[in-house]
Design a protein around this ligand. Sequence first.
Ligand SMILES: [Zn+2]
Length: 212
Amino acid sequence: MSFCDFKYQAPKAKRLIPQWAKNWEHPERIPEIREALAEFRQVFEEPEADREKRLESFREVGRRLKLAFEAKDEYDRDLLLFEARHMNAIACSFLGVDRASRPDFVVMAKGNPLDQILYVTQKRLAKYMRICQREGCEQKYYFRDPGRHGQKFCGRILRGKRCAEIVNEMGKLRHYQESRKKEVLKQHWEQAGVPQAKIEKLLNGESVRFDD
Ligand SMILES: [Zn+2]
């Protein structure tokens, strides 16, 4: 197995990348990033100011991942994912962030564990990047199932239900409320002596004259 095996990296990417995009402002919430930062602190005894710079670069990675999920076309998305890999290389550079972000060369991070995850995302998973269409979904960013072309919702289970089920139930509830409302209005108009033909029109949302 090569070190950047798709089967080995893809599950990691599917878990980590949406989390990173969602928490882009707080990369320290992600265990893999905390680990990388801890290593620089412990092994290289890096001062706090340098840690902050690395954190800022990790934030830039996450921001690009978020934009990649939101991208409308594949060209933009690919570029954003390339930039994310470059920003990650800066964040993880042994040179330190200042030297790694010099404008005269582009650092990349061959062999870096996060770069491998980003690589698999860019190369193999980019076309599956989606935003969950359920308003208020906590997961928001996800990779659609390769076998499900029309997938609109993420597969996250919240309180025993997936987003698709929640949306479906809300639709049914709305339908029930609508028909119940019409029933109550109908009774009200019948009691008021409105002719049946006019009631039908009213329920269909048509305008009716009451002065004829
Ligand atoms: Zn969702």
